[in-house]
Design a protein around this ligand. Structure first.
Ligand SMILES: Cc1ncc(COP(=O)(O)O)c(C=O)c1O
Length: 434
């Protein structure tokens, strides 16, 4: 199988043996905008938004897709998601402010998060976010106080932690019993009754999110059953009507050739059929269904370009190829051993004969982008493209070693537009006071 299947859907190789994305020659993009450069394929993102919307709505009419901004957001992307008719899930005042500044309709913004500050909740109320997803008792009390001064009652969802194991990396599990996120099921009734007893809040429904990069359906189905069972019990005991249910995100992305991700249609089928059957079994009205994919919307449509610098041989041990980025812009390999595939964009037709380890330029031995990969022979000046860098790379980027965060371009039909400029040396001291 060609590695190209891991790249954006518009990826192709031209007659010079260069990688094209969105009709743009990536060698030319690197020359024009410099590297490290993040390249987003506009058509790929739009197709993915449409696919999520269609696969869910054709099986469950009253459904909505909320892109999870933590995977990566900026103003241009927020505008794109608005044009595609998606909602957004934000987890901080910062994300809220970015999407607001892009003119995103705030009633289509949901706000989860396990430790929202009073200031963040005040902003959410002032800016009229669609739902505040209440995570715990402390937040419920805090919001209850703040909402007393509100003329419009805020709509809330209650986040529960269903206690299922989604079989993914332990750093990206969120809905298990031992989790900092959400109300554990044993306290679910108390939290729900407390919310219902607050006339200043409108409890619209329930929320869960079990983790990220989940390639199985069973954990979702288990979680749906647990939450529906809870909703039925609460209906009987407290007259609670679950108008809305958010089942979070977590859909997997194919990062390597040997770890395929299920198609969106299969997730949609498994999730909606569990929900429909469960509601029928328990005599519940079907709630509005919200899904919050992040990684799976943007992951494959983003590519990181790096320039090769030093090539160092340690005889009998390893050949290190160092590039001009690394853990500052993509900490995933160092943080959770994430794997990515790499191609050499100016040597797409050359034979892959050399086993190398691609290292970043940051001062940590753990700053390895990919270990022991076979690539064409490399020299300084070659350009590498790392696949599946759209999600959780730039949003986790840092200025470690006082590095400059990369530029980001959006490509479409042979045209590239800068959607975030590269940071400058001046940006590094912009907040410093002497
Ligand atoms: C509440 C919530 N919704 C959605 C997501 C998005 O998950 P993913 O990017 O895996 O789809 C997350 C990520 O952790 C989350 O915490």
């Amino acid at each position: 199988m060609s590695k190209l299947v891991l790249f954006p859907s518009t990826a192709e190789v031209n007659n010079k043996g260069h990688l094209l994305i969105g009709g743009c020659d990536t060698v030319e993009l690197a020359a024009e905008f410099g590297t490290p450069l993040y390249v987003f394929d506009e058509l790929g993102i739009r197709r993915r938004c449409a696919e999520f919307k269609q696969e869910f709505s054709q099986r469950y009419t009253d459904s909505a897709v909320f892109y999870s901004a933590k995977a990566f957001i900026n103003k241009a992307l927020a505008q794109l998601f608005n044009e595609e008719g998606l909602g957004l899930d934000v987890v901080s005042a910062g994300e809220m402010s970015i999407v607001r500044s892009a003119g995103f309709p705030m009633d289509r913004v949901y706000f989860p998060g396990n430790n929202k500050s009073a200031e963040e909740l005040k902003l959410a109320l002032e800016w009229g976010v669609g739902r505040i997803v209440v995570d715990n008792f402390h937040e419920l009390e805090l919001l209850g106080e703040l909402a007393r001064e509100q003329s419009n009652k805020p709509d809330i969802l209650l986040r529960l932690s269903p206690g299922v194991d989604p079989h993914t990396h332990r750093y990206i599990i969120t809905g298990n019993l031992d989790s900092k996120f959400g109300v554990p099921m044993v306290h679910g009734e108390k939290a729900l009754a407390t919310a219902l007893a607050m006339p200043q809040l409108k409890l619209r429904g329930l929320h869960f999110h079990i983790g990220s990069q989940i390639a199985e359906f069973e954990p979702y189905q288990q979680a749906i059953d647990i939450i529906l069972g809870f909703a039925a019990e609460m209906k009987q005991k407290h007259g609670f009507e679950m108008e809305e249910l958010s089942i979070g995100g977590g859909f997997a992305v194919q990062y390597t050739l040997d770890s395929p991700a299920p198609p969106v249609a299969d997730y949609a089928e498994a999730m909606t059929s569990s929900l429909i059957k469960g509601c029928q079994r328990l005599g519940l009205a079907q709630p509005r269904l919200i899904i919050e994919p992040g990684r799976s919307v943007l992951g494959q449509s983003g590519v990181a370009l790096y320039t090769v610098g030093v090539v160092k041989d340690i005889p009998g041990v390893r050949r290190y190829v160092s590039v001009d980025g690394g853990m500052g812009d993509n900490i995933r390999p160092a943080l959770y051993g994430a794997e990515h595939e790499v191609v050499v964009v100016n040597k797409m037709r050359e034979r892959e004969t050399d086993k190398v380890t691609v290292a970043g330029k940051f001062c940590e031995s753990g700053d390895i982008i990919i270990k022991d990969i076979v690539l064409p022979p490399l020299a300084a000046g070659d350009i590498l493209a790392v696949a599946d860098c759209g999600a959780y790379c730039l949003s986790l980027a840092s200025n470690y070693n006082a590095s400059l965060k990369p530029a980001v371009v959006m490509v479409k039909e042979g045209k590239a537009r800068l959607i975030r400029r590269r940071e400058t040396l001046d940006d590094l001291t912009r907040c410093d006071l002497v």
